[in-house]
Write a protein that binds this ligand. Structure first.
Ligand code: ARG
Ligand code: ZN
Length: 876
């Protein structure tokens, strides 16, 4: 069944209040839901009440406290329909269901893992707990009573403020929670069990004291300190930058080890994958710290963008996700280095979202139809959604953006809103029409912009010709031209910027050129000498530029741009032709060579102490194999791409050996580990240097020494990666892997890294290694993090291993997806998206990939989740 945006209509009944009572039991939990409804004004007076269910078993049903006669209702596991209801008067429905949290391997609804009861209700998990109008536009006030065994569940938590608790018969106790803020069911949460806690407080800008609590497994409390610090910084930042204050007396975070996604913003009770809470220097990398900071902020920011203002329907998902990702990006940019953060964001967007937008799963930031909503928690909705929000800020400027946000909060607080409501707030606050801009929400596909420039020395004019093309995507063959804000600079030969005296042929405001036509010729006058054009500064628009600039022009940008993002982009643009040519050479068995211009530019940046180390490390991290594949377009041979890229890296390593040696020695630090961005940047540059040293050396000695000396997880895991990838069969590597495994045997999050590092060792031997690792006693198929670490990392992050020319890895992968689908469809569907670019492979591999996809499609018992992905992947 396909759900269409166009079919949206409000419910016939308004839900006023929800009272839930849980009698928790590992296998027989009893849920009583008392729901007070009245018929909506103007609704059909004979319409029945239809509530959603999923796999439910009803054990009781009352209408106004009296058992309901069988002829007045129909209950199936999937829905409850009640007929002959009052035309206007409010009435109460009491439903009792019995559920089995221990058997809930989907991890949606109420489940129990490692002795902890917890919930995940977004998007449609609440209907696995009780029958309910389980849709985001039904907002109600909830009271929750939890009854449970006292010994095993000293902790009983739900949303809102704690009302009270007491003993409840022999061995049991109860707790009551009340959430005064009306909310949709997807924000409901319950946690029960025995956990340790870290406590703090935050005083809001109006002077209210909020209790902060982070719950983790006993013994892991010290590892929650950084998350607590990030939470307090997030609360402060949201007050300072967006004027948003927290609105309950308590804010809680619970870390659990079995979780399908990253985290969940349940009102006042965020639930996290513990990977995004727990950190200490011995067990977490700099990247882990940065992720924790970002995700703690993201979920906290949802309190206003998602919870206070929620979504009318799931088509509007980007209204909360795109906006909240934008907010967490801005937060991290303020806490760390803005340009380095921007480079990382763009790298991520290009490697994850661009392939999605170019493949069979492409969909608009706001889709118009879905078969399974869980499959739309995508990088398009999240990351492209964030970029669309960023473009609004670029177009309106800082103040105009702030005015629009303020109006949005003022108008829609307490409501379930739409993308149109959001855009209208910016239009009204700024007196500006954003109609054409709104196409960004509706048209899928990454805009391709072809640019050429010419300078007329006599007339002192620079002419830029721009053309936009938005590729066809599934269900959308014809696209309208969009409003694309391109930041730019005209850079003179001495590196200074040139400002035009006038511009014709397009709107320019400040350093933003507004491309609005399909093709546009913009003339800049009063330009004294031929400038180099730096276009799409800071990646102001999520587009692909086709602008053939000379090596000299790119080198000038790489040297002089004041926008560091654009300097990095210029290096990337210098590198890509080298990498694609190298892939071509490798395919033909020809020698690989690297332009001197690129080598010079890279080594200059590597050694330039006026630049922050994190930026230099980013510059030294060349485009990935999937970036190169994307640049090549189609008929991809992952082995040739890998060989070509390795060849270029090796040339850089040899040419820069002295530089890398100096960096590696010079950046050593004997200060105690600190996760701050500057220290992390030094480690990343030093580890990049180590990677190059290992390439120019032929023995694992240096990497083994780095492994032995590392005193933090960043350096340790980097050294292990270098060893395993560069010298996979050396005794040093075997010894290091074994010692790492033994040392961290009791730390699941670190073991995930051990699996990940091995899952990405390139080459034909990968598949055997993966199969062997699956037999390891540490491979726990019920833990999503572990499955992602091994099978997900293999499929998404090991191009040569996964795309073996004989197709055996695809077949293996298809079997795994089918097996995982039986227990956890969401996880299986997410993994399967790794095959989304199969049509871009050379024909032999593409045939094998199609075969594997068809094996999945032929399976009789697929979940809706996997069925949806496999169908679209084969069709699109
Ligand atoms: N709203 C959560 C977040 O981004 C993600 C929840 C996704 N859940 C799901 N079942 N798809 O913060
Ligand atoms: Zn989110």
């Amino acid at each position: 069944r396909i759900i269409h945006l166009a079919d949206y209509r409000p419910t016939d009944f308004v839900l006023e209040r929800v009272d839930l009572t849980f009698e928790l039991d590992p296998t027989e939990t009893k849920v009583e839901a008392r729901l007070i409804f009245h018929r909506r004004e103007g609704a059909d007076p004979s319409a029945p009440l239809v509530l959603d269910g999923d796999d439910l078993n009803m054990t009781g049903l009352m209408f106004d406290q009296v058992e309901l006669a069988a002829e007045r209702y129909t209950a199936t596991p999937e829905s409850l329909t009640i007929r002959d209801l009052p035309e206007t008067a409010p009435f109460e429905i009491t439903v009792t269901t019995q559920i089995n949290p221990e058997a809930n391997t989907q991890l949606m609804g109420l489940y129990r893992s490692n002795g902890i009861y917890c919930t995940q209700c977004e998007a449609e998990g609440f209907r696995r707990i009780t029958y309910f109008p389980d849709r985001p536009d039904v907002l109600a006030v909830y009271t929750v009573n939890i009854i449970a065994d006292k010994d095993t569940n000293p902790l009983l938590l739900s949303n809102g403020n704690f009302l009270g608790g007491a003993g409840y018969g022999p061995g049991k106790h109860f707790a009551a929670w009340f959430d005064p803020h009306p909310k949709p069911s997807y924000l409901f949460a319950l946690v029960a069990g025995d956990l340790g806690v870290v406590e703090d407080t935050f005083t809001t800008m109006s002077g209210r004291e909020v209790a902060l609590k982070i719950y983790v497994e006993h013994g892991k409390e010290a590892r929650a300190a950084y998350a607590m610090d990030a939470l307090k910084r997030s609360m402060k930042w949201d007050e300072e930058v967006f004027g948003r204050e927290y609105d309950l007396d308590i804010f809680m975070i619970v870390a659990v080890s079995d979780f399908n996604m990253g985290a969940m913003e349940n009102k006042g009770l965020n639930i996290f994958n513990d990977k995004y809470v727990l950190a200490d220097p011995e067990t977490a990398t700099d990247q882990d710290y940065a992720n924790i900071e970002a995700i703690i902020a993201h979920e906290y920011f949802h309190n206003w963008t998602g919870n206070r203002i929620t979504c009318r329907d799931w088509f509007q998902l980007c209204l909360k996700e795109g906006l909240t990702v934008y907010r967490d990006h801005e937060f991290s940019a303020d806490q760390r280095s803005r340009p380095v953060k921007r480079i990382a964001e763009v790298r991520h967007l290009r490697s994850e979202q661009f392939p999605e937008d170019a493949g069979p799963l492409a969909h608009p930031v706001r889709p118009t139809a879905y078969r399974e909503i869980n499959n739309f928690y995508t990088t398009t909705v999240y990351e492209k959604g964030s970029e669309v929000t960023r473009m609004i800020a670029t177009i309106l400027g800082r103040d105009g953006f702030k005015k629009g946000m303020d109006l949005y909060f003022e108008r829609h607080d307490g409501e379930a809103a739409t993308v149109e409501d959001f855009v209208k707030s910016f239009e009204d606050a700024n007196g500006r029409d954003l109609k054409q801009f709104s196409l960004w929400y509706n048209q899928a596909g990454t805009p391709q912009i072809t640019v050429s420039s010419s300078y007329d020395a006599a007339a002192k004019t620079l002419t830029l010709s721009l053309e936009q093309m938005i590729p066809a995507t599934p269900g959308q063959s014809n696209k309208e031209p969009m409003h694309i804000p391109l930041r730019f600079a005209l850079i003179g030969a001495n590196g200074g910027e040139q400002a035009p005296t006038s511009v014709t042929g397009g709107e320019v405001s400040g350093d933003v050129l507004h491309l609005t036509e399909r093709s546009q010729t913009v003339v800049f006058s009063g330009i004294a000498s031929r400038p180099v054009v730096s276009l799409n500064r800071s990646f102001s628009a999520p587009v692909t530029l086709h602008f053939s600039q000379t090596t000299d022009d790119l080198a000038l940008i790489a040297r002089f741009e004041t926008d560091l993002f654009s300097r990095w982009q210029a290096i990337t643009d210098l590198a890509l032709p080298n990498l694609t040519a190298a892939a071509g050479a490798a395919a033909k068995g020809k020698p690989i060579s690297c332009d001197k211009g690129l080598l010079d530019a890279l080594l200059a940046i590597a050694a330039d102490e006026s630049l922050e180390p994190a930026f230099r490390a980013q510059a030294l991290t060349l485009p990935s194999e999937s970036d190169i594949a994307r640049e090549l377009g189609s008929n991809n041979d992952p082995d040739a791409i890998h060989a070509g890229r390795q060849g270029i890296l090796k040339e850089i390593a040899v040419a820069g050996a002295a530089t890398f040696e100096a960096l590696y020695k010079g950046l050593v630090s004997d200060a105690a580990y600190s996760p701050d961005a500057a220290s992390a940047g030094r480690r990343s540059l030093r580890n990049a240097a180590l990677g190059f040293l290992a390439l120019s050396e032929n023995t694992p000695v240096a990497a083994a020494e780095a492994f032995a000396k590392a005193d933090n997880m960043t350096d340790l895991s980097q050294a292990l990666t270098v060893l395993a990838h560069r010298f996979p069969d050396s005794p040093e590597t075997h010894a290091a892997l074994a010692s790492f495994e033994t040392r961290f045997a009791s730390n699941a999050l670190v073991l995930d890294k051990w699996f990940q590092i091995q899952a990405t060792i390139p080459g034909d031997g990968s598949l055997d290694r993966i199969m062997r690792l699956m037999q390891s006693p540490n491979f726990i198929a019920s833990n999503p993090n572990r499955v992602r670490a091994l099978i997900g990392t293999f499929a998404f992050g090991n191009p040569t291993g996964f795309n073996r020319a004989d197709g055996t890895a695809y077949r293996f992968f298809a079997e795994q997806v089918l097996a995982i689908d039986k227990r956890n469809p969401q996880l299986a569907a997410r993994l399967l998206t790794a095959m989304r670019s199969w049509r871009l492979l050379e024909p032999t591999r593409a045939d094998h990939a199609r075969e594997a996809l068809m094996t999945i499609e032929r399976s009789a018992s697929l979940s809706n989740d996997v069925r949806d992905i496999v169908d679209r992947t084969l069709k699109g």
